[in-house]
Write a protein that binds this ligand. Structure first.
Ligand code: ZN
Length: 85
């Protein structure tokens, strides 16, 4: 059982096979083990899963990965510059 809370309307949303939205504009919905919402930053996971299973996690991870890669890249470039000198 996944339980999340929509911070926008303060409603607890429990997982169901049909997906019951919280009722506000954010449309916080838990369908089986998939959490969807217009703004997932307004969704607080109370119990039932790790944040990895949030449906928008892919975007989140991509953003994280990108910044991580950029950091690595800039670090590498700095290192290269250093070595060239
Ligand atoms: Zn809501």
């Amino acid at each position: 059982m996944i339980v999340v809370r929509c911070k926008n309307c303060n409603t607890e949303v429990r997982s169901s096979s049909y997906g019951n939205p919280c009722g506000c504009d954010n449309m916080t919905t838990v369908k089986n083990d998939l959490i969807t919402a217009k703004d997932l930053s307004l969704v607080e996971v109370i119990s039932g899963l790790s944040k990895r299973k949030i449906s928008d996690d892919y975007q989140y991870l991509t953003k994280e990965d990108l910044s991580w890669m950029e950091q690595r890249k800039s670090r590498k470039i700095k290192k290269l510059d250093f070595e060239v000198r």
